[in-house]
Ligand binder design. Structure first.
Ligand code: ADP
Ligand code: MG
Length: 603
């Protein structure tokens, strides 16, 4: 069974985790650290550093040290107008829609840049596990749209990872706490990270997490707290805030003091290079940051209102993000929601841990649930030659809809069968049949003339409806199906696992290989049959046909067309049918005889 990792691809920090022996844990890098800063440094000579080593370069090489790339994922230039002036990067002038950063004369898309982080996590996981890692579950904020989710999947693909599932970060956090086990309930996930604040209200119903509402502030996080402390220090120094060369050293020192204050009542800000030293108490600190924390509470109230809930109607509150280590944050959240939030797990690890739990579910691990906030399998219809034509791809967030045009392939065809399928494989026979219906009474037209629009729609409950309409005549037919109805989790996961086994191989090559294997099996069985005493009971024509069909198949096996090989198999199977029957009959007779002997023995 291939290992599947869970990845938290964060704005500030990224982590990779896996479930082993039933428990999730974060996999450390070679230096032992679990958090990989989401920073990428290009040295211009072909070397790229990621994580802590890249972060060290931020001060001296701001233009070619990329951070916060998550803010650009799936965005076009228009979307990031407000972010751009805040970041020191050069944007390629050739960017039209997809934003591209220019680094040493080369353009990089956000997925390409994120892929550097993913590759680092992949390497760390491989080193820690001593195994190649090809499959991952990656988390994204609940509010990420399709383009942002797709960009995240693309990043995975670029990094050599098959992204089996995109999971919402609040859902992952809830999973890490095992809240899925309670089956029903409403959960608030308060995520206060480095540069963003997100609040999500989830509803859990029969193992399905539904996002009721999200709110937040895309420019509010631990960085703002650091900023307040930087201003404090600059004030002490009597220095003008415009002393940019001092800022990096100050930032580093105050960040450390801030983090220490989460566990201690007082801490020291020490900047040796500037001969600066100052004690700061938790009480002083709380006073400085109170306003920032207040700013997180308004979106919380908004999210509750959007979900139509009062704080006392929540069943659980989960804390996520490094900044929720701050005691005052915990206190304010507890006051607002009127209950003690979950803080038992490390808040900066909890999303990655939950991603690992989801990965474990996909790998067929202990839990028997399926999270349905995205479509788990692709949906499509059967087209010519028994091929599955995908209409809504796997991992699409629901609700989702898609439309495609089809036509007839026989002259005068008045009836079109719409066969709705689910699965990842290319061929209809390897997919699951969900439903069938006929679009009838299309006026006879030459093949290729009718224009049949097939529309797939999955609503938020995961209910699929399929409709087909002939555009020239308006003939219309529709059906409602439940894609996951009757499908066990194992089956879904098996289909996904099978699909990625085949995804990279060329489809035709795979079909040829399968046909050759089958031909080999049939030829071996034929040889055994010829050696069997029953062979003597065949007629001369039958024997001759077996010889000819075997020779024919050996010849056809060289073909690179799987249909041709299949025809040869078919002919030999037909030729040996009688012989197989004879052998089978005697085998059964023998088995029965043995049975009788044994039964007698037993008495
Ligand atoms: P993101 O989800 O944005 O990638 P994280 O959840 O890793 O980021 O949060 C990073 C932020 O958490 C940083 O601002 C960091 O300083 C802050 N942080 C980490 N540990 C602590 C701590 N002990 N006390 C206060 N803040 C902390
Ligand atoms: Mg995060």
């Amino acid at each position: 069974m291939p290992k599947i990792v869970g990845i938290d691809l964060g704005t500030t920090n990224s982590l990779v985790a896996i479930v082993e022996n039933g428990a999730p844990s974060v996999l450390p890098g070679p230096d032992g650290s679990k958090l990989v800063p989401s920073v990428i440094y290009f040295d211009g000579a072909g070397q790229v550093l990621v994580g802590d080593r890249a972060k060290e370069q931020m001060v001296e090489n701001p233009k070619n040290t990329i951070f916060s790339i998550k803010r650009f994922m799936g965005k076009d230039i228009q979307d990031v107008r407000e972010d751009l002036p805040l970041l020191p990067f050069e944007v390629s002038s050739e960017s039209e829609h997809v934003i591209r950063l220019k680094i040493f004369g080369r353009d990089y898309t956000p997925p390409e840049l994120s892929a550097f982080i993913l590759r680092e996590l992949k390497r760390n996981a491989e080193a820690a596990l001593g195994d190649e890692i090809k499959n991952a579950v990656i988390t994204v904020p609940a509010y990420f749209n399709d383009a942002q989710r797709q960009a995240t999947k693309d990043a995975g693909r670029i990094a050599g990872l098959d992204v089996l599932r995109i999971v919402n970060e609040p859902t992952a956090a809830s999973l890490a706490y095992g809240l899925d086990k309670r089956k029903q309930g409403t959960i608030a996930v308060y995520d206060f990270g480095g540069g963003t604040f997100d609040i999500s209200i989830l509803k859990l119903r029969e193992g399905i997490f539904e996002v009721l509402s999200t709110s937040g502030d895309t420019h509010l996080g631990g960085d703002d707290i650091d900023e307040i402390l930087i201003r404090l220090v600059l004030g002490d120094m009597g220095a003008a805030p415009s002393s940019p060369e001092r800022i990096p050293a100050i930032r580093k020192a105050v960040n450390k003091a801030k983090e220490d204050l989460s566990a201690a009542d007082s801490s020291e800000i020490i900047i040796e290079s500037l001969q600066y030293r100052r004690t700061i108490t938790r009480a002083e600190f709380n006073k400085l940051i109170e306003r920032i924390i207040e700013r997180t509470l308004k979106p919380c109230r908004q999210a509750l209102q959007d979900a139509g809930l009062n704080p006392n109607e929540l069943d659980e509150v989960v804390m996520v993000g490094g900044s929720t280590r701050i005691p005052l944050v915990r206190q304010k959240v507890q006051e607002l929601f009127g209950r003690v939030p979950h803080t038992e797990l490390n808040p900066d690890e909890v999303v990655a841990l939950g991603a690992a739990v989801q990965a474990d579910i996909l790998a067929g691990g202990q839990r028997d649930m399926l999270l349905l906030d995205v479509t788990p399998l692709s949906l499509g219809i059967e087209t010519m030659g028994g091929v599955m034509s995908k209409i809504i791809p796997r991992n699409s967030t629901i609700p989702a809809s898609a439309t495609e045009m089809f036509t007839t392939f026989i002259d005068g065809q008045t009836n079109v069968k719409i066969h709705v399928l689910q699965g990842e494989r290319e061929l209809v026979k390897d997919c699951r049949s969900l439903a069938q219906f006929d679009l009838k009474d299309i006026p006879a037209m030459p093949a290729g003339m009718p224009r049949i629009e097939v529309k797939f729609l999955i609503d938020a409950d995961g209910i699929l409806s399929v409709s087909a309409q002939e555009q020239r005549t308006g003939k219309y037919q529709s059906i409602e199906v439940k894609p996951t109805y009757g499908l066990t989790d194992e089956q879904v996961e098996q289909m996904i696992l099978e699909s990625f086994e085949y995804a990279e191989a060329d489809i035709e090559a795979r079909l040829v290989i399968e046909a050759r294997n089958e031909a080999e099996t049939v030829l071996n069985a034929t040889m055994k049959g010829i050696a069997d005493e029953q062979y003597a009971n065949l007629s001369d024509e039958e024997k001759a046909e077996i010889t000819a069909a075997s020779k024919n198949l050996r010849e056809l096996m060289k073909s690179t067309n799987h249909q041709t090989i299949r025809e040869g198999i078919e002919r030999l199977s037909n030729a040996t049918m009688h012989l197989a029957e004879l052998i089978m009959n005697t085998a059964i007779a023998k088995a029965l005889k043995d049975k009788r002997v044994r039964e007698i023995d037993n008495e």
